[in-house]
Write a protein that binds this ligand. Structure first.
Ligand SMILES: Nc1ncnc2c1ncn2[C@@H]1O[C@H](COP(=O)(O)OP(=O)(O)OP(=O)(O)O)[C@@H](O)[C@H]1O
Length: 252
């Protein structure tokens, strides 16, 4: 079965619980003017919600490397999380065919009470891997993450850099068909990036489909064949990198 992504009429909203909803809406109106107010709506329980994604539809075929661009708050992370199965659609549908790999959040799918080694074994079991395959991954991640004795200590004792190394090593140890990643995984310190570059390249080239969110033109030009430009939770433009990127950059 070929890998694929089908997103149809996807909408995702977040309720805003804090503060008085009416004054919040008024304040927002004052702050952002008429433009963004359409993103604040009332749901069927009369709560004020922010519409992170509105009626988004697209498909991705094998071989495509899709980049998401857009200003802060455009909905890129929400879309990646919906593809990663972290957010359930309020309306619409998300279908991902093939083994999904996500590089979105270092703590995602990890238990902070368990050690690095235990987390690796658990992930292998979830992926349905054999004992031998799990042992290979354990060795691979142990070498890459270079955590020393921390490998056998609970994650809650890790620094954020250690957490990143473990999460990155683990997420890149099992080859996915569909890889969904946030650009900050490309933003470790120089030494980390040097070490990580080969693994990213292997993964990106090995995966049938890549979806990456990035603000960096160099990353998009290097890794992507197609871009979706998100604006206020909607798709503004969808096409080849050499068409969408100049239009997006020109819009400031
Ligand atoms: N958990 C949440 N609770 C409430 N609102 C949220 C939540 N997550 C996102 N939003 C809102 O949804 C909208 C889209 O956010 P999202 O993080 O997807 O944008 P983004 O394009 O990834 O932005 P950035 O480039 O700054 O990371 C924003 O208005 C944001 O404030």
């Amino acid at each position: 079965m070929a890998a694929g992504i089908e997103v149809s009429n996807l909408s995702i909203s977040f309720p805003l619980y804090h503060g008085d909803a009416r004054s919040l809406k008024k304040r927002t109106k004052k702050l952002v003017g008429g433009l963004k107010v359409s993103r604040f709506q009332r749901d069927d329980r009369n709560r004020v919600v922010v519409r992170a994604l509105s009626d988004v539809s697209f498909t991705v075929k094998p071989g495509e490397r899709l980049g998401l661009v857009g200003r802060n708050g455009a909905g890129k992370t929400t879309l990646l999380r919906a593809l990663g199965g972290i957010y359930e659609p309020v309306d619409g549908r998300v279908l991902v065919r093939g083994r999904l790999g996500t590089l979105l959040d270092t703590s995602l799918g990890m238990d902070i009470e368990l050690t690095g080694r235990e987390n690796i074994r658990l992930r292998g079991l979830f992926a349905g891997l054999s004992k031998t395959a799990i042992r290979e991954i354990e060795n691979d991640v142990e070498t890459f993450a270079d955590l020393g004795t921390f490998m056998d200590l609970p994650l809650k004792t890790y620094s954020s850099g250690m957490g990143l190394r473990l999460a990155f090593g683990l997420a890149t140890a099992i080859m996915p068909d569909v890889l969904v990643m946030d650009e900050w995984f490309m933003a470790g310190d120089a030494a980390f990036m040097q070490k990580a570059a080969g693994r990213i390249a292997g993964l990106v080239e090995g995966a049938e489909i890549l979806v990456i969110s990035s603000h960096l033109p160099t990353v998009l030009e290097k890794w992507c064949t197609r871009l979706i430009w998100m604006e206020q939770g909607r798709i503004r433009m969808d096409g080849p990198v050499d068409e969408v990127l100049p239009a997006y950059l020109a819009a400031g």
